[in-house]
Write a protein that binds this ligand. Sequence first.
Ligand SMILES: [Mn+2]
Length: 341
Amino acid sequence: MSPKRIERLKQLIASHNRFVLTTHVNPDGDGLGSEMAFYHYLRHLGKEVFIWNPNPIPPNYAFLDPGHVIEVFGKKRHKSRLEAVESVFILDISDWCRLKAFGEWLIRQKLPTVCIDHHPNGERFAGLEFLITAASSTGEIVYDILKALGAEFTPAISEAVYTAVLTDTGSFRFNNTTPKAHRIAAELIKNGVDFQAVYENIYEKEPAEKIALLGMVLQKLHFEYGGRLVWFKITGEMLKAVGLKPEDSDGFSDFPRRIDGVEVSLMFVQVSLRRTKVSFRSKGNIIINDLAREVGGGGHQYASGAIVQKPLEETIKMVLEKAERLFSEEGSKQQDVPLSE
Ligand SMILES: [Mn+2]
């Protein structure tokens, strides 16, 4: 953590009073946990803080926000408060597109912005950036920043940071899990985080309909390249049958990856007649974010996503054709870049 940047952040916080925190569309545990950690820190300093997100908080993360401070941003709804905003913190995202309406407003302002993120992104984004792609999660960077700022790790801050690190490392299973991620978790547990309650809240309160949909999905897996690639689709009809939305399938692509011999798992979800969501997951031998970028998405080396503006079947055909090269000799020889501290 660069002391110079920490000093700039300190000054920025000291010289402003009204902050907005935001994260990407379909917020996850990392984005929400990072927001809540900063929320509590800034509130503790006596600042006025708003959290304006593109989407509501998913029910399994509601425990992070017992005071219901997280709001869905609306240009009309927040019109009167927009003018009073003095500084904006953007967490777990460095891409204007995925900030939606708030991003569209923010990009036209001359407000001091701070971005804390671990997604790879080449372009300059915010006024003050903490972009560390080697970090397991944005929560890990938030932890380092709050430590450097001398923050007291209250129970609420500890739980929020723990949630961020836990969820982005797939409960300390994914390739981005580092000794440091474990050390942070250990310290937060020492602070009193109830890790069993956090886990149960996030992973063990699924609606029965979601498990029913997963059951449908797992019966229709398609295997390619001798079982190294597995893919499946979720049609609008399937979603309708169980009364769920496309985003309710988040995380499903992790299941087929459990199969022995599978290296890459692809999930295609029909969002509308002309839009398809694709999730790319890799066990860690094949890098898949190049492919995600090629179809208009992005993300991490072994976990990425894209929204393709094409019908479901057309998207499946296109992505599978492009995926072929990953399983040629050249594709499998791709060099891995180690994720370390
Ligand atoms: Mn993240």
